[in-house]
Design a protein. Structure first.
Length: 349
């Protein structure tokens, strides 16, 4: 009798520990599903990333729980709101694919040298898979998917705003009403997404969610660790400039000979290369600012300026192009000169 009681006491702490270890993945899965379905889909991956960073062994549980909870919550909300189920499969696929590839890029495991892939290529591969599902949503005219509905609404708003620029000019307003239709704007947006916009958007989503998850992890651990691509030290792959050059030629060739598949594929390669060089350009800027040893208030000021530039139409395009050309220029100019401390110039991460 005493022996049985002792065994029960020994197992009790283990059960409590198991319950505690399951609590964080489940809470993060609930938070992710809620954010995705309640209007915060831009950052729904961050809770999943935080749970995986805390314990990579929970990655399968985090993915499975979040996918099931998202499906249940989406079905419940659609039933209560009377929304059709035509877009349910696409919304579920988008959530599941992005969650899977995002967790895969974060769940660090020991791999044989032949299977080790640079983190940059992992992010590009994850973004490409996410872009495929995103494009299915964008090109689905009959879907009640939240993304498809939002895209159609944005096309309507843009069309209305553009027509209103005519003011009291009746002739111009009539012309714009016939040419700048919501369907026409939607086709332009779809063309841009097909030609690299979807991949660029996915890269941005994945990177921002990685940074959010890693920041939360650093705060929880009260220490910073090198867990992601460090932009101040980031350098584009050696052959990226050649990929950029050949993709520009392929875009022109595809347009001249009328091969749409070639043009679209080349545009996607071109956009990915541009994003890589923009990241290198951003790294140059951050590297330069870091050398100034600015006080915290000035760092906050610079962060506010960067945020304003990002959200300012027109200015953000100029800033992005500047970063791309700055990143390209570093292929020939030693813009970032590191101290000779034995560290390699081109880090693997």
């Amino acid at each position: 009798m005493d022996r049985g009681t002792g065994a029960g006491d020994a197992l009790q702490p283990l059960n409590m520990e198991n319950k505690a270890s399951l609590l964080l993945p489940l809470v993060c899965a609930v938070l992710s599903a809620a954010m995705f379905n309640l209007g915060f889909s831009f950052l729904f991956l961050a809770p999943l990333g935080f749970a995986v960073l805390r314990n990579a062994g929970n990655a399968p549980l985090v993915f499975a729980a979040s996918a099931v909870l998202n499906a249940a919550l989406a079905f419940f909300l659609r039933s209560r709101l009377g929304v059709g189920t035509s877009g349910f499969a696409l919304d579920f696929s988008y959530f599941a694919v992005l969650a899977l590839v995002f967790i895969w890029t974060l769940a660090e495991r020991e791999k044989p040298p032949a299977l080790q892939v640079r983190k940059l290529y992992q992010l590009i591969g994850a973004a490409a898979l996410g872009a495929v599902v995103f494009l299915l949503i964008v090109f689905d005219n009959d879907s009640s998917s939240a993304f498809a509905t939002s895209l159609r609404a944005q096309a309507d708003v843009f069309s209305t705003l553009w027509i209103n620029t005519a003011g009291a000019d009746v002739a111009r307003r009539s012309f714009l009403e016939q040419t700048v239709t919501p369907q026409g704007v939607l086709e332009i947006l779809r063309g841009a997404m097909l030609r690299g916009g979807a991949v660029a958007f996915m890269l941005f989503i994945i990177y921002i969610n990685r940074r959010m998850a890693q920041t939360a992890y650093w705060i929880a651990k009260k220490r910073r660790a090198a867990l992601a691509i460090d932009l101040p030290l980031f350098h584009a792959p050696v052959n990226a400039i050649w990929c950029l050059s050949f993709s520009i030629g392929a875009v022109l060739l595809g347009r001249i000979v009328g091969i749409s598949v070639l043009e679209i594929a080349a545009w996607n390669v071109l956009v990915v290369c541009a994003v890589i060089f923009a990241a290198q350009g951003a790294g140059i800027v951050m590297f330069s600012i870091a050398k100034w040893n600015l006080p915290p208030i000035m760092r906050l000021f610079f962060n506010i300026i960067i945020f304003v530039i990002i959200i300012s139409p027109g200015i953000n395009i100029v800033a992005l192009n500047t970063l791309v050309f700055l990143g390209i220029a570093e292929n020939w100019l030693p813009i970032r000169v590191l101290k000779n401390d034995g560290a390699p110039r081109t880090p693997g991460e």
